[in-house]
Design a protein around this ligand. Structure first.
Ligand code: PMP
Length: 428
């Protein structure tokens, strides 16, 4: 495969855009460097780069593209927004329609507010939780990523996973000290942390199924225990469902898990491929938000007609019967196939999967927390990533990201992918 145009573009991009990328995770630094492949066009489960190469896409734009690229129903909605006006800064019917749809799908949300990104959504839930409880501290789990605002750039998927140490320059020590980080799936560590700080904790930030160090499910009883202690200590539970909502079924992951958080943050999938964030939850908590209450949150682009119409259309597509079952079936085929090939080639891996989201770790242990994900072999992953790319399969350029299926993937795509894995494992 030739990447001549992508390489030339990267040279140029680096002169004008910091690092040549608009989000660090798009850089190939974590996979041994090189020019990131630049895409020109997406269609269903595939996209095409500027050199004319076609790829089966498992990146799904880091999660949002669950319907596949350029879905005609969503394209129609976006076109309608383009010709009828993309932004008014006023009330619209679309925002009310969409809010009602989200509430029906996620019954724990009595009230909703839209904004523009997952980062904004999570950031606001924390402000609201602090306003509601009058407390300052926030608890989170090591390796979970919740956006790029200061408070959550602490043990956020890379860098130091210790208490109160910022992951990013520019985040103050004082801010980092407001965050308590504990290992996922470790009830003892959680209990100890709550005994020490529980009465100061405004909120516990939870990815109910972790999507930021592969895919990691909570162990039986773990999140139930987190919720129980949160209630006892008067801390709110915030579910960050930016990746998980509408990824595994039509609704939030917490419904599947039988949990009811106080607040939920949304993003990614619900925008149908356009920028979006949203948060919602219990009525009395949400009424802390301006103009009803003292917690301020606003946005020129919040609830814009384009994102609203794309989101409505996306949810309409996701109501199609059988689609989540099919992603589960194909996910199983992919996972089983990869494990069989690993045995054939004597490659050490361990896999985690929830329906159409798969994680492949180059390690011999079952991954239940961030430390174990970190112990997987990044150098082998880097070579695997490049070999898969050479065979027309696009994964995220990081060993911490999941492989996402979409409703556009077919069994034939899975078989083609497994041929690529066969090729790649033979070379490792
Ligand atoms: N929360 C989670 C769980 C995420 O995975 C992400 C993004 N990967 C965010 C929040 C931040 O969302 P955004 O990039 O839209 O700001």
């Amino acid at each position: 495969m030739k990447y001549t145009n992508s390489e030339a573009l990267y040279e140029e991009a680096q002169q004008h855009i910091v690092g040549g990328v608009n989000s660090p995770s798009r850089s190939y630094r974590a996979v041994g460097g090189g020019a990131p492949v630049a895409m020109e066009r997406g269609e269903g489960a595939y996209f095409y780069d500027i050199d004319g190469n076609r790829y089966i896409d498992y990146l799904a734009a880091y999660g949002p593209i669950v319907t596949g690229h350029a879905h005609p129903h969503i394209a129609k909605a976006i076109t309608n927004a383009a010709v009828t006006g993309t932004l008014f800064g006023t009330a619209t019917t679309h925002e009310v329609t969409f809010a009602k749809m989200l509430k029906e799908a996620i019954p724990s949300m009595d009230k909703v507010r839209f904004n523009n990104s997952g980062t904004e959504a999570v950031m606001t839930t924390i402000r609201v939780a602090r306003a509601y409880t009058g407390r300052t501290k926030v608890m989170k789990f090591a390796g979970c990523y919740h956006g790029h605002f200061d408070l959550v750039l602490v043990a956020a998927g890379s860098g130091p996973a210790t208490l109160g140490t910022p992951d990013s320059a520019g985040v103050t020590k004082e801010t980092a000290e407001e965050v308590i980080t504990i290992p996922f799936n470790n009830p003892d560590a959680f209990k100890k942390a709550m005994e020490k700080w529980g009465h100061e904790v405004a909120a516990i930030l939870i990815e109910p199924i972790v999507g930021n160090f592969g895919i990691v499910e909570p162990n039986q009883g773990f999140l139930e225990y987190v919720h129980k202690l949160a209630k006892e200590y008067g801390a709110l539970t915030i579910h960050d469902e930016v990746i998980t909502a509408f990824r595994f079924h039509y609704g939030a992951a917490h419904t599947l898990l039988g949990l009811t958080p106080d607040l939920t943050a949304l993003g990614k999938v619900i925008g149908g491929g356009l920028p979006i964030g949203a948060y919602g939850g219990r009525k009395d908590i949400m009424e802390t938000v301006a103009p009803l209450g003292p917690a301020y949150q606003a946005g020129t682009m919040a609830g814009n007609p384009a994102s609203m119409q794309a989101g409505i259309a996306c949810l309409e597509v996701l109501q199609t019967p059988g689609i989540y079952e099919e992603m589960d079936r194909l996910g199983q085929l992919l996972e089983d196939g990869i494990n069989t090939l690993a045995q054939k080639h004597n490659v050490t891996i361990s896999t985690n999967r929830v329906k159409g989201a798969l994680a492949v770790y180059f390690t011999n242990e079952k991954v239940e927390n961030y430390e174990q994900a970190e112990n997987s072999d990044g150098e082998i992953f880097g070579r695997f990533f490049k070999l898969m790319l050479s065979q027309g399969v696009n994964l995220a350029p990081s060993r911490y990201e999941a492989w996402f299926l979409t409703i556009a993937h077919t069994e034939e795509d899975i078989n083609t992918t497994l041929q690529a894995v066969d090729f790649a494992f033979a070379q490792l």
